[in-house]
Design a binder for this molecule. Structure first.
Ligand SMILES: Cc1cc2nc3c(=O)[nH]c(=O)nc-3n(C[C@H](O)[C@H](O)[C@H](O)COP(=O)(O)OP(=O)(O)OC[C@H]3O[C@@H](n4cnc5c(N)ncnc54)[C@H](O)[C@@H]3O)c2cc1C
Length: 381
């Protein structure tokens, strides 16, 4: 048994804990932080992207050194609607996150699976039990008591034989045939000849057929007149899209997906991770009590705000027929840019909500939608 009571222990070197450690190093340089991670490095199979407006100007500045790519704009494309937006979109890579955390003096202990996590100690699989000022569990998503839809995707980072000509990310190319729910391609141009391309589906089931999606990516690339020289990296994900609130667990020191801190409609957790890290690192007295109070306050605030997003998810997955889900997104992207930005940041206002729900529904959802709405719409607004 070892005691390191002045040290904060983070379990899992993923996005949530990585961002938390980064903010803490910036604002509490004397704090000792150790991270135990079961893998041999921060998972390279992920690229974490976000809108600058998701995190705000000040937090964006704190993230600067972690950002591998950023663009002054992005596009979306639907059968009846195509638009370019002029706000900043950025990407953090696991390689950069790992390098910067090590440079900043975070004690990253790889190949160290934790067997038991408690608020003041961990038990490692090598038999050691270690005590700390506090322990934060960021072991990622495991399960949910909520009903779920899924955002699932396969991505390939590829080098092309010639420049692709894209200047900014194409966040949704939904002009493609609709399969397995709402389907679109997502492209992040990293250089003139390299990009990350993903075939994404908003589906009722979690099954991801990697072979099919690999073929679909190749044929999309071919249709666009591009030629792959080399596939540099592959990543895939099946992200939970909750249709209702999860049973809350209190008194838990958790971050990231493990805590349910992610955007219900996108399954993305980076904005929440940044906001929570900002709050925790702003504490002048960082101890078990203040840490728990901050996480709990964040959780109850999120619970209230998220009701509206759960309602939208029910509308998407229960009311809209699978292959007409695209129309819901097309309708949404016709909103003013400020409404879209607040939506992704998880900050929709009362007026935004009315606006998003008003007008003629874009799909013939009939009785199913009325059923979804009638029960919960008032409390969700
Ligand atoms: C391919 C992919 C791309 C994504 N892209 C985006 C994006 O662009 N933007 C965005 O906001 N979100 C994105 N997400 C969604 C979400 O933000 C990520 O899943 C994010 O990594 C979640 O962060 P986390 O810290 O909760 O968990 P994770 O990043 O999954 O980290 C959990 C860590 O805990 C470790 N661990 C687990 N058990 C133990 C144990 N017993 N002992 C020690 N370590 C353990 C794991 O090995 C892992 O490293 C993406 C998800 C995937 C899968």
């Amino acid at each position: 048994m070892t005691t390191q009571e002045s040290t904060l222990c983070l379990v899992g070197a993923g996005l949530g804990n990585g961002i938390l450690a980064w903010f803490l190093r910036k604002r509490h340089p004397d704090l000792n932080i150790v991270i135990y991670e079961s893998k041999s490095r921060i998972d390279e199979g992920r690229t974490w992207s976000f809108h600058k407006t998701d995190v705000g100007e000040a937090n964006f500045a704190v993230l600067q050194e972690l950002i591998a790519h950023s663009w002054n704009g992005y596009e979306v494309s639907f059968p009846l609607y195509k638009k370019r937006y002029d706000s900043t979109y950025a990407t953090i890579t696991p390689e950069k996150l790992q390098r910067e955390l090590l440079n900043a003096g975070v004690d990253l202990q790889f190949l160290s699976p934790v067997q038991t996590v408690a608020h003041d100690h961990v038990a490692l699989s090598d038999g050691r039990t270690l005590f700390f000022e506090a322990v934060v569990d960021g072991r990622g998503f495991t399960s949910s008591s909520a009903r779920l839809g899924y955002q699932k995707f396969l991505g390939q980072c590829v080098r092309l034989s010639k420049p692709h000509g894209l200047q900014v990310p194409l966040l949704m190319d939904a002009t493609v045939p609709q399969l397995d729910g709402y389907r679109f391609f997502y492209i992040l141009p990293f250089s003139e000849t390299e990009f990350l391309i993903e075939d994404t589906r908003y589906s009722r089931n979690s099954h991801l057929n990697q072979e099919d999606l690999t073929r679909e990516i190749s044929s999309y690339i071919e249709r666009r007149g591009w030629k792959i020289e080399r596939i540099l990296k592959t990543e895939s994900g099946v992200l939970p899209i909750p249709l209702d609130a999860e049973t809350p667990t209190s008194n838990c020191f958790k971050t990231g997906m493990a805590a349910g801190f992610f955007h219900p409609v996108t399954g993305y957790s980076l904005p929440d991770s940044v906001r929570l890290a900002d709050r925790i690192s702003a504490l002048s007295q960082l101890n078990r009590k203040t840490l728990l109070a901050t996480i709990e306050a964040y959780r109850s605030e999120q619970m209230k705000r998220r009701q509206f997003y759960f309602l939208l998810n029910r509308m998407l997955f229960l009311a809209a027929p699978d292959l007409e889900r695209r129309k819901v997104f097309e309708h949404f992207y016709r909103m003013p840019q400020s409404v879209i930005e607040r939506f992704y940041a998880g900050n929709t206002t009362y007026l935004d909500r009315i606006r998003i729900l008003s007008g003629r529904p874009p799909v013939n959802i009939g009785p199913a939608l009325r059923a979804v709405f009638s029960r919960k719409v008032k409390e969700a607004l």
